[in-house]
Design a binder for this molecule. Structure first.
Ligand SMILES: [Zn+2]
Length: 235
């Protein structure tokens, strides 16, 4: 995997950077590390490399959403780092357990996209406003019903999962980029994704990191352009 530092606290680990990029992230705390997402197969060897280099334990694994290209690698990480606590948003935990049906009060459409069967259960279910180390949990539904993003409160790096993509050009979840159409095809509810994009922009992140594609520094103008394009595309 390709490892790219993002500012002072984060590293992006990219599987298949040229062909089908899938990112996960290590975020550094004073005494430990948090892994966000896992790609579709285990990043344990690369995580172990960073753990060794920094001399910090992996204590937490957290997930932006339940799609297979984000949770598939957890089993291998769990095997290698059995003491790390695994967390996911409480709504997407239902998807992880195999239930794609809509919840009361939501747009009544089943979740879309690629899911895998997992042989583990999360240790902790997250709600918006919760903290995972220095990361604040931010509601970001649309790509999936319970997608969450993580804002590092120290430097306002936003790890947005698939609420945005940058591969093939920055786009709000649900806007089809012909060079990398997969996140759009897996998006549950486009109007909700657009509302989420606006809410994430309003956080004024200094850096935008996503599940698919390179991170952007000073991303506000690019996010505004992507939001305008999504508004035009969704009507
Ligand atoms: Zn994805």
């Amino acid at each position: 995997m390709k490892i790219t530092p993002l500012g002072l606290y984060a590293f992006q680990l990219t599987r298949f950077p040229a062909a089908f990029p899938m990112n996960c992230f290590l975020v550094r705390e004073a005494d430990s590390l948090t892994l966000i997402d896992s790609t579709m197969s285990s990043p344990a060897a690369e995580v172990a490399g960073v753990v060794g280099d920094l001399g910090l334990e992996l204590r937490r694994v957290t997930l932006t959403h339940a799609h297979g290209d984000h949770v598939g690698g957890v089993a291998g990480v769990r095997q290698r780092f059995p003491d790390a606590a695994i967390s996911i948003g409480e709504r997407d935990a239902r998807l992880l357990a195999g239930d794609r049906s809509p919840a009361p009060g939501e747009p009544q459409q089943p979740a879309k996209g690629f899911f895998v069967k997992v042989d583990w259960k999360p240790d902790q279910l997250l709600k918006p406003g919760d903290r995972v180390g220095s990361l604040e949990v931010v509601a970001s539904p649309g790509h999936t019903p319970g997608h969450i993003a993580f804002l590092d409160v120290r430097d306002r790096t936003l790890i947005a999962g698939d609420a945005f993509q940058t591969r093939g050009g920055i786009a709000v979840s649900g806007v089809l980029r012909p060079l990398f159409p997969f996140p759009a095809l897996a998006t549950w509810h486009k109007p909700t994704a657009l509302a989420t994009a606006r809410a994430l922009r309003a956080l004024n992140p200094t850096r935008l990191a996503v599940g698919h594609g390179s991170a952007l520094e000073d991303p506000l103008a690019a996010m505004d352009a992507a939001i305008a394009a999504a508004q035009a595309a969704f009507g």
